[in-house]
Design a binder for this molecule. Structure first.
Ligand SMILES: C[S@@+](CC[C@H](N)C(=O)[O-])C[C@H]1O[C@@H](n2cnc3c(N)ncnc32)[C@H](O)[C@@H]1O
Length: 319
């Protein structure tokens, strides 16, 4: 078998098993026989360690394509890719990268990003942002938008808890008057795995720890032991799309009043963050707000945004 042939076979075998370990139907664990979904026995390769030049290739690829900085993350890369490489029968990280870059659909690359980033999130995370939305932003918009069209973007929405929480805050704020308003939220992420979870809208109860009993009753339906589904009315308020924040052009026709990009830029290096902040600035209406994660900051020299309070920024009304 030629080298190209064998890589092709491994790629095909791998595409048949394209699930992150924690989302695979068989929930395959290291050492469980590495049986693939197609029933084939994946070849175990006795690889000791990821080679330095291959690691650097991955670092460069992830920085150029996704802005993600893995320079100091050798242990994370080994921890998260080791099983994939071994279980799927690749003989090296390089071979796996070849498989990723030769996949014309781009799906394989998105799976790689899923493996190398953290999708951790929950309802009502960083609650002060939702309080600010309810107490400051929504009253302003209610007074100033004659067309009653509120545009919000949750960028890096993970499995959907952030945009769904936002939709609940908006629903509660407008109450019965909500029918007269268009408040649909755009929610984007690069990972097809989390987007599928987000669209399904079903969550374990640990994700709802910060949700009040009243909200649990109003906005969720119990669908099994410890499992809750977001109400249809709230699901209809959120539009999920796949989008890579590294895209240099934002494909949105109209500007947003609010952008959430929380706990996403932590993965990016400084030039990537600066360029993204510039694009967010362009994508916001004058007076619009940007929320970043509570542990993140934007230093004054880095941005045209006005500082409002820690992790909340505004585009000046006139500039
Ligand atoms: C930790 S989660 C943050 C979820 C939510 N914003 C929150 O604060 O709870 C980070 C998300 O950023 C996404 N992400 C990372 N790099 C991305 C990129 N280049 N484009 C789009 N999304 C990306 C990941 O897939 C992940 O779902």
């Amino acid at each position: 078998m030629s080298g190209a042939d064998s890589l092709f076979r491994r790629c095909v075998r791998y595409y048949n098993t394209m699930w992150p370990d924690n989302a695979r139907p068989d929930n395959g664990r290291p050492g469980d026989g590495a049986r693939t979904r197609g029933g084939q026995e994946a070849k175990r390769v006795g690889m000791e360690k990821i080679k330095h030049d291959e690691f650097i290739r991955l670092v460069n690829y992830m920085r150029e394509q996704y802005g993600i900085n893995l320079e100091q993350k050798l242990a994370l890369v080994e921890g998260r890719l080791w099983n994939v490489i071994n279980h799927k029968g690749f003989s090296s990280l390089n071979e796996y990268i070849e498989c990723v870059v030769s996949d014309g659909t781009g799906e394989e690359a998105k799976m790689l990003v899923t493996r190398l980033t953290t999708n951790y999130t929950y309802f009502m995370r960083e609650e002060q942002h939702y309080n600010f939305l309810r107490e400051v932003i929504l009253p302003q918009l209610e007074k100033s938008l004659p067309d009653r069209d509120v545009r919000i973007w949750s960028a890096g929405c993970s499995s959907g808890e952030e945009p769904y929480t936002t939709a609940m805050v908006i629903d509660e704020y407008f109450g019965l008057g909500k029918a007269g308003w268009d408040t649909k939220i755009l929610a984007t992420d690069i990972s097809p795995v989390v987007l599928a979870q987000a669209r399904e809208g079903v969550y374990g109860e640990e994700r709802l720890d910060n949700v009040s009993p009243a909200w649990k009753t109003k906005y969720f339906r119990k669908v099994g032991p410890g499992r809750y589904k977001v109400s249809e009315a709230i699901q209809n308020e959120v539009i999920f799309r796949s989008f890579n924040l590294m895209e240099t052009r934002l494909p949105f026709r109209r500007k947003f009043h609010v952008i959430f990009c929380r706990n996403v830029m932590i993965y990016f290096n400084q030039p990537t963050r600066d360029a993204l902040l510039q694009r967010f600035y362009q994508a916001l209406e004058p007076g619009g707000h940007l929320f970043i994660g509570l542990s993140e900051t934007i230093s004054k020299g880095e941005t045209l945004f006005d500082f409002v309070q820690p992790s909340i920024y505004a585009k000046p009304k006139q500039k």
